[in-house]
Design a protein around this ligand. Structure first.
Ligand SMILES: Nc1nc2c(c(=O)[nH]1)N[C@H]1C(S)=C(S)[C@@H](COP(=O)(O)OP(=O)(O)OC[C@H]3O[C@@H](n4cnc5c(=O)[nH]c(N)nc54)[C@H](O)[C@@H]3O)O[C@H]1N2
Ligand SMILES: Nc1nc2c(c(=O)[nH]1)N[C@H]1C(S)=C(S)[C@@H](COP(=O)(O)OP(=O)(O)OC[C@H]3O[C@@H](n4cnc5c(=O)[nH]c(N)nc54)[C@H](O)[C@@H]3O)O[C@H]1N2
Ligand code: SF4
Ligand SMILES: [Mo]
Length: 716
């Protein structure tokens, strides 16, 4: 805090000199064995800039890198706790082979040669017996995931999944199909933000989380829609505990008011959008009074908010949000956000939706070999109306593997992803795994997914790795480039996935595609970018400065009509409604609840509850239940309850709280682990993936995790 205050106070006088002095202060006083080394945090996907303070080869502390405009001198609680991820006694130390039944936890230590030979043999055999597409690759978000994708491509499988179909694909689908590109939000310069189903003060996204604070200090109004009273709701000017699954009704009603009261940006809409006539007719029935009945928001507030938004436009927005793995019609829900934004005319304007510049890095190209015997398409093809080919769908792939249709999948490699906790319906993930001949998992700890694998390979943490260069997009003139060099050497026998992929390629006769070092890869990436290389060296980050709005002026939108698609004719070709049509969410049966997913500021998805520093903040999860509901069920605060759905059940303590609607319950992720390798949290709380049913967004195939109804009862 002191550092950032001092930084802010003096940076304007002579930014560079002052910051360099701050970065180096400790080094001057601490002696020769002390080093300050730049890196990028990896406790979540934000890649905040950091400086590691190292004494005698030991990482003592992680500080924010004040040069990083994206993270603005911030390193959150999880970022600070990264030291304990590095020195976690639960780290995987050497390759392990399963002995005994799956999930029994009996392992045999292997040498790397034994482990890689076995893995390559299985890949070769499965490729031969089931075609190359019989092997599935799944990599989480990481700067080295590109090498897993490369291995899959040269091996010859197009069955590759990223984490995105459990995260934000339907949001991307909706905005891409409206604007031809997925924009970011210029939160910093905005004056009126509606934030539906996003939680920027707990689910941190840099710079948006910090920019929202600054914008609010500068007078920006924040309206939050969330069935839960989150920290973001607590700081908002207005919070509405909207009925889950009804946001589209609210936004269609906003569009109704903006159009019928002539409040929308007519000049902008005439020049840049397609389909205002159709939209005008379409939203006629969607009145605020109608929406009030659907959403539980008062009609007069819906009208007032529409008028206030219009008055603040174009510095007014519906925040596009992040995770959209929630409903079966999430693409259409997010389309309704995109359409209201278009009516406000905030596109490419200060305080609106923007598309910042991104640095184009080079690469070492490769050619994908052709395998005649491979099937026509991905295994999940055709299971959603408009799936992204490169991302696929975890939900649909898992179904396909269980069914063995349209063809069998028998091998699975997971890297830095933990679907046993993050894929809804854990029973189905187990069924999927039981269909496989061979599963290999690359992780830093014995995650629940690694626990189920045949072969577990230990990876170094982000503080021990050399990564490629990564160009990232962020809003408000702070996109940039960052990289990682090892702060300390890789511990134990851990090896980066680049090395693993290369060793497998060697054994599979594919070495021509991996004949380079990471240094050479980085050189290729930065070949035409000497200024980036220099900035990374001097300041640990390259920031793109200058305004990030007004960049699209005069350009054609990359959509069929060349304009913003209020009405999307391409959707009709795919059997998708060209404008969002509201269907009420399934009714909650009597004495049941809807369960929703969310985050707090000190847990990252499935990856940080066992961290000894963060564990001090939360040692088990609880079930949030409203006092009215608890009274009806005779459940006391702190009492153990059973939460059960058609998918499965869990037992955990009740947290009786007004922070959730009477018809909605909630629990944090990553407890109720099955892995005994996670020693701090094993045996604590319950696993929400056990309870969540696995519906999918019809258009994108994104997992839909908020469609589950549960019963809650006293645990026997
Ligand atoms: N601390 C922390 N920060 C993170 C992450 C993390 O794990 N931990 N993960 C990062 C990642 S990968 C992502 S994708 C982002 C996620 O960022 P967000 O999408 O902002 O985060 P979630 O917590 O998933 O927010 C969803 C919110 O929607 C609410 N909700 C549920 N149903 C409805 C509904 O029908 N309508 C409305 N209006 N609201 C609803 C939930 O109660 C929840 O509070 O966060 C990123 N930042
Ligand atoms: N129940 C539930 N499900 C969810 C969500 C939720 O909040 N709750 N959120 C959804 C969202 S938005 C997302 S983005 C996805 C994310 O889901 P995943 O892609 O599964 O990502 P994480 O949960 O972060 O899991 C990361 C895994 O990588 C390991 N790991 C961490 N660092 C390293 C490393 O440096 N190297 C290697 N090899 N492994 C490492 C961790 O131990 C962990 O097992 O989950 C989705 N599913
Ligand atoms: S938000 Fe926190 S955990 Fe995520 S990268 Fe930034 S500092 Fe690390
Ligand atoms: Mo995510």
């Amino acid at each position: 805090m002191k550092l950032s205050a001092a930084t802010a106070a003096v940076a304007s006088a002579n930014p560079s000199r002052v910051l360099h002095a701050l970065v180096k202060t400790d080094q001057a006083t601490a002696g020769d064995s002390f080093r300050s080394i730049y890196s990028a945090c990896d406790m979540c996907f934000n890649k905040c800039g950091l400086i590691a303070r190292v004494q005698d080869g030991v990482v003592k502390k992680l500080d924010p890198n004040p040069f990083s405009l994206k993270s603005r001198g911030m390193l959150c609680a999880r970022g600070n706790a990264g030291v304990r991820q590095l020195y976690d006694p639960d780290r995987l130390k050497y390759p392990l082979l399963r002995k005994g039944d799956r999930g029994q936890g009996k392992w045999q230590r292997l040498t790397w040669d034994q482990a890689l030979d076995l893995c390559a043999e299985q890949m070769e055999r499965i490729g031969r017996e089931y075609t190359r597409c019989g092997f599935l690759f799944m990599a989480g978000t990481d700067m080295q995931s590109t090498f897993v994708h490369r291995l899959a491509a040269v091996y010859g499988s197009y069955n590759v999944i990223s984490h995105e179909s459990n995260c934000l694909l339907s949001r991307n689908r909706a905005f891409l199909d409206t604007y031809g590109v997925v924009p970011t939000a210029d939160v910093l310069n905005c004056k009126y933000i509606i934030m539906p189903g996003a939680n920027r003060f707990e689910a941190l996204v840099t710079p948006d989380s910090m920019d929202l604070m600054t914008a609010m200090q500068n007078g920006c109004k924040l309206v939050v829609l969330d069935p839960r009273y989150t920290k973001t709701a607590a700081h908002a000017h207005e919070w509405y505990a909207i009925k889950p699954g009804t946001d589209m009704a609210f936004f269609l009603a906003l569009a109704h008011v903006l159009i019928t009261e002539d409040l929308y940006d007519k000049e902008f809409v005439a020049a840049k959008t397609n389909g205002i006539e159709q939209l005008t007719a379409h939203v006629q029935p969607y009145t605020p009074d109608w929406a009030a009945r659907e959403t539980d928001l008062p009609a007069r507030d819906i009208r007032r908010i529409a008028r206030e938004l219009a008055a603040a436009a174009p510095r007014a927005m519906v925040y596009p949000g992040r995770r959209s793995s929630d409903y079966k019609d999430s693409t259409q829900i997010r389309r309704s956000y995109a359409i209201v934004n278009a009516l406000l005319g905030n596109w490419d304007r200060e305080g609106g939706l923007i598309v910042p510049k991104k640095i184009k890095t080079g690469s070492i190209p490769f050619e994908e070999p052709w395998f005649d015997e491979n099937p026509e398409d991905r295994v999940d093809a055709g299971r959603a109306q408009m799936m992204f080919d490169e991302e696929g769908s975890f939900k649909h792939t898992r179904d396909a593997v269980i069914e063995g249709e349209p063809y069998p999948i028998k091998g699975w490699l997971t890297y830095k992803t933990n679907p046993m906790q993050t894929g809804a319906n854990r029973n189905k993930t187990m069924q999927m795994i039981n269909k496989l001949d061979f599963m290999v998992s690359v992780d830093i700890t014995m995650s629940d997914t690694a626990w189920m694998a045949d072969l577990v390979l230990p990876a170094p943490s982000y503080l021990e790795r050399q990564d490629p260069i990564s160009a990232f997009l962020a809003s408000s003139a702070c996109s940039g480039v960052i990289t990682r060099d090892p702060i300390v050497p890789a511990m134990f026998e851990s090896r980066p996935v680049f090395w693993i992929a290369k060793e497998l390629a060697k054994r599979l006769d594919l070495m021509e595609h991996f004949d380079f070092t990471i240094e050479e890869f980085r050189e290729a990436q930065l070949k035409d970018l000497p200024e980036v290389a220099e900035a990374l060296d001097k300041e640990g980050v390259y920031n793109i400065v200058g305004p990030s709005y007004g960049l699209h002026e005069g350009k054609r939108f990359r959509t069929r009509s060349g304009k913003i698609e209020l009405h999307n004719a391409r959707y009709e070709d795919h059997g998708v409604d060209p404008m969002p049509v509201y269907t009420p969410p399934q009714a909650i049966p009597e004495n049941q609840f809807r369960i929703v997913v969310g985050r707090n500021a000190f847990i990252t998805q499935s990856a940080s509850t066992n961290n000894s520093l963060l564990w001090e903040l939360e040692q088990e999860n609880t079930l949030w239940i409203h006092p009215e509901a608890a009274r009806r069920l005779n459940i006391a605060h702190g009492e153990k309850v059973k939460v059960a759905s058609r998918a499965g059940s869990g037992i955990l303590k009740a947290e009786v709280t007004e922070k959730t609607r009477p018809d909605t319950v909630y629990m944090d992720t990553v407890f109720g682990v099955i892995s005994k390798g996670l020693s701090k949290i094993f045996g604590q709380g319950a696993c929400i993936a056990d309870v969540l049913e696995d519906e999918a967004d019809a258009v994108s195939g994104n997992m839909a995790m908020h469609e589950t109804m549960v019963t809650v009862s006293k645990a026997a």
